[in-house]
Each structure stands twice: as structure tokens, then as C-alpha cells.
Design a protein around this ligand. Structure first.
Ligand code: FE2
Ligand code: FE2
Length: 230
């Protein structure tokens, strides 16, 4: 039997649960992927990852619109498609400034494909979709952005500062949609399961990111926080 939370505060209980899970991670794993100073080569890797993530978000949220019966959610998600497309463009401009014109030859790790190409698009309805992507995913992304903001050059700080307020708006979309439409015990149970599984996939994605940086010679195995170069 699933306990039913107060619908007006259900979103907040999910955020609290995520923050508790994040705080319980071992300290060397930090709360996010990106717990290392950024060299220019790693920055290119991170921007490529972020461009891929933003592009995919624009694509799968765009596909949800064909199957979003809630009128308010339809308008909000349509706005989000444009935001995510612009975030992709901002990341590509930052890559352009570094001589990278395309991410076509850039290959994601299998864990990223499972998380971003498999899991996020797979929600059965609007509440499952926004629970995983807009709530759990965007909260994790915002935490990562805050963590790396002091470790990247000024032009990328500007990129992050254009993206972060939009991601907060996307979390508010999740808040609106979940509090309006995840109102019975079954709906709230499905939403909570989506949030928990997203957290697991995000952590697997972070481990894969660190593994990739080791394989590229950008990090030492077992040393997730090497000292700042220079
Ligand atoms: Fe985005
Ligand atoms: Fe977003």
C-alpha cells in the first residue's frame, strides 16, 4: 500500500528526498559529476556532453508535445523546447570559439545513452516525464552548473548564466505539473519511482564521465579532485 502525500507539497518532498540522497553520497563523489578543475581539453569534453544533453532534451520534449493532453503543460513544455534548443546553440557557440564546429563525431558513453536517450524519453505520461527530466534531471544539472561555474573561463560562465535561470523555470514546470496532476497514490508512486531511478542513472553517468576523463588522460584514477594545475 502506497502512502499518499499532501498533493500541494508533494513536489517539495521529492526535492527533499533527492537532496538527502545526494548528501548521503561518499564525500569523494561529491554531489555532482564535475568535481575537478577544468582544463581546456576537459572543458571541450564537458561542453560536448552538455551540447548533446541540451540537443536531446529539445528533441525528446518536442516529441512529448504530440502526446500532452494537459493544456497548461503543453504550453510550458513548448516553451521549454525553445529554451533547450537555445542552450544547445549556446554550448555549440562555446565549442565554436574553441575550434569545434560539430559534435557529430563525438560519441556518448553507454551510461549517458541509457540515461538521456533511453530513460528520459521513456516516461508514460506528462507526470512521469517531468518527474524524471524536469525535477530530478534539472536539479542535478543545476547543482553541476553551480559546482563548475568557478572552474571555467569567463565566456563559459556567461553561457552558464544564460542557461541556469531557464533550468530553474523548467523545475518550476515540474512543480506546477506534479502538484496539479500527481494527485492520487498511484500517480505519486510512479512519480517517486521515476525520480529515484533518475538519480541512480545520473550517478552512473557521473562515474562514466570520470572514467572517460581517466581514459583521455585528463584525470588520475582514484583521484577525482586533483589539485588545480599551475
Ligand atoms: Fe537546458
Ligand atoms: Fe532544461
Amino acid at each position: 500500500m502506497v502512502a499518499m502525500a499532501d498533493p500541494t507539497s508533494f513536489y517539495d518532498t521529492l526535492v527533499d528526498e533527492l537532496e538527502t540522497m545526494r548528501a548521503a553520497l561518499p564525500p569523494e563523489e561529491g554531489g555532482s559529476f564535475f568535481n575537478r578543475p577544468m582544463t581546456e581539453r576537459e572543458l571541450i569534453e564537458w561542453l560536448s556532453f552538455q551540447a548533446y544533453y541540451e540537443l536531446r532534451a529539445a528533441q525528446f520534449i518536442g516529441r512529448w508535445l504530440a502526446d500532452t493532453p494537459e493544456r497548461d503543460a503543453f504550453v510550458l513544455l513548448a516553451q521549454q523546447v525553445e529554451d533547450e534548443a537555445l542552450h544547445y546553440e549556446y554550448c555549440m557557440r562555446a565549442l565554436d570559439r574553441r575550434g569545434i564546429a560539430s559534435i557529430e563525431g563525438w560519441k556518448p558513453e553507454p551510461e549517458w545513452e541509457e540515461w538521456i536517450d533511453g530513460w528520459y524519453p521513456s516516461g508514460a505520461d506528462t507526470i512521469e516525464r517531468v518527474a524524471s527530466h524536469n525535477l530530478a534531471g534539472e536539479l542535478g544539472a543545476c547543482n553541476a552548473f553551480v559546482d563548475i561555474r568557478s572552474r571555467v573561463p569567463d565566456d563559459v560562465v556567461k553561457t552558464l548564466d544564460r542557461i541556469i535561470p531557464d533550468e530553474h523555470f523548467h523545475m518550476r514546470i515540474a512543480n506546477t505539473v506534479i502538484d496539479a496532476y500527481a494527485v492520487d497514490a498511484d500517480q505519486q508512486h510512479r512519480v517517486r519511482m521515476r525520480v529515484r531511478r533518475t538519480f541512480e542513472l545520473e550517478q552512473a553517468g557521473r562515474v562514466a564521465y570520470n572514467r572517460r576523463m581517466v581514459s583521455l588522460g585528463l584525470a588520475d584514477p582514484g583521484d577525482p579532485t586533483p589539485p588545480m594545475p599551475g
